[in-house]
Design a protein around this ligand. Structure first.
Ligand SMILES: Cc1cc2nc3c(=O)[nH]c(=O)nc-3n(C[C@H](O)[C@H](O)[C@H](O)COP(=O)(O)OP(=O)(O)OC[C@H]3O[C@@H](n4cnc5c(N)ncnc54)[C@H](O)[C@@H]3O)c2cc1C
Ligand code: SF4
Length: 503
């Protein structure tokens, strides 16, 4: 949003509760990042039972894109309509795919997405090719891709936002390393929002960034229709800022918390919350990491290049959406130690890490009003969540298990290894726990009806004429691909609307 508005010449203030991620060798140290959680917030939240929750989220300039895996997907065209799932209905959006398509294209260009159009069988269609060629598979992943294709699937290259130049490696910012997904990029080659947007925006003289500036509360005029003050805690003192337009982009959980903290006489349930939807319908996807362990090692360095969407909308044996199969960054022993899975018989954590293909499975969770963000009497964030719509995810796991059993024989160790490999294939499933809020979305939904949504189709609060929410909060349903590109495209879309509003 700041990047989009910067050239308008309007005075823009960005308030960021965190600082810049320090550039240091620990950026790429799995022990520091995953085992010690060096960069994770130390803030404590609560679950619905009042138990402490240590959220896996990051407060820095650039937000969670500093740490993301940069898999940048468009939602499917059908995700914008109503979709029937095994566990219920995924509601329609107030805008169509065609409304946001030009902004997806802009976001792909801005974030240097690498990919190959036409490979993904559920691809929603696009007005331009990807700006960069697909990131190539390493041999083990290519082999798996060939196996999947042989079984009749349409595996495809994951669209990735990394500034990699495989044609001319000496000119490449990205060195294709094994510490990308979950790590900040030490060499600033990941397409994150700090490097590509905030750093560029603050080069404009009309843009100011204040770090360590925590937006505590929004106050309105007597009518309750306009935000007049942003109350900020910075360096231990309370400060007040004003702006003609106020945009909350704190992430789905913190934007909801900010509006709830801003309750007043005119907005007793929280700012812009006459509908009582603020904080509700929290979604975060049903995600699993599945390690497919084999006797053969998996020497892949950069693993996140392959995806499968053949089961996104279902399969011959399940006429309901199941979700998306892709990869996490290559797991290592230190990372496994942070959330140790059951050890496969005869394996150590090191061996498991060296021999695993590390899949990331995503299915859609549905917007349940009781899955919600609230504040307790101490002002702490409380996250209540009950998993729903699990059948499709379970079926997706079964599909992957069956696919893995049908791999071709291992070329490296011959037939012997092949037999052992397949008879010893072990799946270690780890469902992402509640603290894993990486894909948080949906807490301040947009819609046409002020009774059932807090924001209108331009992400402006129905009840507050100069308040916008532009982050993952606005999703009425979550689809089953990573949310980042949709959040970026929507920011560019609302940015255009604001430029028009501001003249
Ligand atoms: C490890 C990891 C891997 C991921 N991988 C992918 C991926 O491959 N593809 C993908 O699409 N998505 C991925 N995601 C998710 C993606 O990063 C998020 O969907 C996206 O960053 C959300 O954007 P946002 O603007 O809603 O919130 P955020 O990125 O969380 O940004 C919110 C910002 O607001 C600041 N803030 C919060 N509260 C306040 C306050 N009160 N006052 C001032 N500032 C405040 C925060 O510090 C932060 O900078 C991943 C996330 C993680 C953690
Ligand atoms: S160098 Fe490339 S692969 Fe490594 S963290 Fe940076 S963007 Fe990711």
């Amino acid at each position: 949003m700041a990047y989009k508005l910067a050239p308008s010449g309007k005075r823009i203030l960005v308030l960021e509760r965190g600082d810049f991620v320090p550039r240091e060798k620990d950026n790429w140290d799995p022990k520091a990042v995953n085992l010690e959680g060096k960069y994770q917030t130390k803030e404590k939240w609560r679950d619905k039972n009042g138990e402490e929750l240590h959220p896996h989220t990051n407060y820095y300039v650039g937000g969670n894109t500093k740490f993301y895996g940069a898999a940048l997907f468009r939602l499917r065209k059908e995700d914008f309509g109503e979709l029937h799932h095994h566990g219920g209905v995924s509601p329609a959006w107030p805008i169509s795919y065609d409304d946001i398509e030009p902004y997806y294209t802009q976001a792909e260009q801005l974030y240097h997405v690498h990919g190959e159009r036409g490979e993904d069988p559920t691809d929603p269609g696009a007005s331009a090719p990807y700006p960069h060629p697909a990131v190539s598979h390493e041999p083990r992943i290519q082999h798996l891709s060939d196996d999947f294709a042989r079984l009749g699937l349409k595996p495809f290259h994951t669209p990735l936002g990394v500034q990699l130049n495989e044609q001319d490696p000496r000119k490449s910012l990205c060195i294709r390393c094994n510490t990308c997904d979950g790590f900040p990029c030490l060499v600033y080659a990941k397409s994150d929002s700090q490097v590509l947007c905030v750093d560029r925006a603050v080069e404009y003289p009309n843009v100011t960034l204040l770090t360590n500036a925590y937006a505590e509360r929004l106050e309105t005029d007597a009518s309750g229709r306009r935000v007049t003050k942003v109350i900020v805690q910075r360096n231990g003192s309370r400060e007040e800022y004003r702006g003609e337009i106020v945009v909350s982009s704190c992430g789905a959980i913190n934007s909801a918390a900010l509006l709830l903290r801003s309750a007043s006489d005119k907005h007793p349930r929280g700012l812009a919350n006459g509908s009582d939807v603020v904080g509700r319908h929290y979604m975060g996807h049903i995600n699993s990491i599945l390690m497919a362990i084999s006797k053969c090692p998996n020497p892949t360095v950069f693993q996140k290049t392959l995806s499968v969407n053949d089961f996104y909308f279902g399969s011959r044996d399940l006429d309901f959406p199941m979700g998306h199969i892709s990869f996490v960054g290559k797991l290592d022993a230190q990372t496994l130690r942070a959330g140790a899975p059951a050890i496969a018989p005869g394996f150590t954590l090191e061996l498991m890490a060296n021999h695993s293909l590390d899949f990331w499975l995503t299915s859609e969770d549905l917007p349940d009003p009781e899955n919600r963000v609230t504040l307790n009497s101490k002002g702490e964030i409380v996250l209540s969540y009950k998993l729903n719509n699990e059948e499709g995810h379970k079926r997706l796991i079964s599909k992957l298990e069956s696919l893995m059993k049908q791999q071709t024989k291992c070329e490296m160790h011959g037939h012997e290894c092949h037999v052992g490999l397949f008879s010893r294939n072990i799946f270690v499933g780890q469902r992402i726990p509640l603290a894993g809020v990486a894909h948080q979305n949906g807490t301040i939904r947009f819609g046409d009806d002020p009774k059932t949504s807090a924001l209108n189709a331009n992400c402006r609060a129905h009840e507050v004429e100069n308040l916008y929410v532009v982050d993952a909060s606005f999703f009425p349903s979550s689809g089953a691909v990573n949310p980042g590109l949709t959040i970026m495209a929507n920011a560019l879309r609302v940015g255009d609307h604001l430029i028009e509003q501001l003249g």
